[in-house]
Design a protein around this ligand. Structure first.
Ligand SMILES: C[S@@+](CC[C@H](N)C(=O)[O-])C[C@H]1O[C@@H](n2cnc3c(N)ncnc32)[C@H](O)[C@@H]1O
Length: 288
């Protein structure tokens, strides 16, 4: 593989996301990656199970972030390429690959436009890295060209926010203390872009995929790190995710009231020494 660049230009349809994931969000994900990987582990297992990579199969991990799923896919298949637009996250993935002596490789690139060789992969996999394309049909059509005929996809993406207690519990605790946020645009790039499975099915169909299956899957997520379970869960909630984004825009006083309410809400969900809240995803498979 040729050496990929250390920085990425914010151009093309995903320029806004490139800016976003190369700013504070990418730094926070890179700093918190161990805790996030522990929290999201049930969904890594789901991606691995869906992908069922055999030794020698060629795997592309889309929006691989700091590489947790890429390492596991590479362990299954013997190699895997992770691609991501976030320079801090790809840098972290490469450091981890060296430390783990993993055969996984990483490229800093927009998966929607990167010139992959045609038919160069057997599996496209992703844990939460495929919901950020501004133009999803051309993006998935582009990715399909990179799949060998009959190649398969194995994706995990979030179901609606209200089914995801790990987001809705802190968010709904904070909202009464904040000015009403702009209503979200359904299907806009972001964690819940494919919360409507029929929309995702249409996008994949228009992009040329067949044998599409979209199944619900639930897991209890541990939000706490080492130390006080509520305070560590609170810190993560304030740094990463939809509430973190919303709180960034607030004045100090309402922000403080919202944070107190979130702390109280999280404290009601401590089980076995950790804040545990439900996560709800779609398991998505299809064929090129
Ligand atoms: C929610 S994070 C998930 C990261 C990782 N898959 C994980 O589960 O830890 C979403 C990731 O998708 C990446 N991403 C967003 N749009 C992308 C694009 N067009 N091409 C490649 N990566 C993209 C972001 O930079 C980010 O790392």
């Amino acid at each position: 593989m040729s050496v990929s660049p250390q920085t990425i230009a914010a151009t093309g349809p995903n320029a806004e996301q490139i800016d976003y994931w190369n700013g504070d969000a990418g730094d926070k994900w890179a700093q918190n990656r161990d805790r996030l990987d522990a929290m999201l582990q049930p969904f890594s297992e789901a991606v691995l199970r869906l992908a069922s990579a055999k030794p020698g199969e060629r795997v592309l991990d889309i929006g691989c972030g700091c590489g947790a799923t890429t390492f596991e896919l590479a362990a299954q298949a013997g190699s895997a390429l992770g691609v991501d637009i976030s320079a801090p996250m790809v840098a972290r993935a490469r450091e981890r690959a060296a430390a783990l002596k993993s055969p996984a490789e990483f490229a800093l690139a927009d998966a929607a436009t990167h010139p992959f060789a045609p038919a160069s992969f057997d599996i496209l996999a992703s844990r939460f890295g495929i919901m950020f394309f501004l133009e999803p049909v051309p993006a998935f059509a582009h990715l399909r060209q990179a799949l060998a005929p009959g190649g398969r996809i194995a994706f995990v993406c979030w179901r609606p926010l209200k089914e995801n207690a790990w987001v809705s519990v802190p968010l709904f605790a904070a909202l009464p203390h904040l000015p009403a946020p702009e209503p979200a645009t359904p299907g806009a790039p972001g964690p819940f872009a494919f919360d409507d499975p029929e929309r995702f099915r249409r996008v994949l169909t228009e992009a040329g995929f067949g044998s599409i299956a979209i199944e619900p899957h639930d897991a209890l997520l541990s939000m706490s790190g080492e130390g006080d379970p509520v305070e560590t869960a609170l810190r993560q909630t304030l740094e990463i995710g939809p509430l973190a984004r919303l709180l960034k825009e607030q004045e100090e006083a309402p922000r403080r009231r919202a944070v107190d309410a979130v702390r109280e809400a999280l404290a009601r969900h401590v089980k076995d020494g950790k804040v545990r809240l439900g996560g709800a995803v779609w398991l998505v498979t299809a064929r090129a």
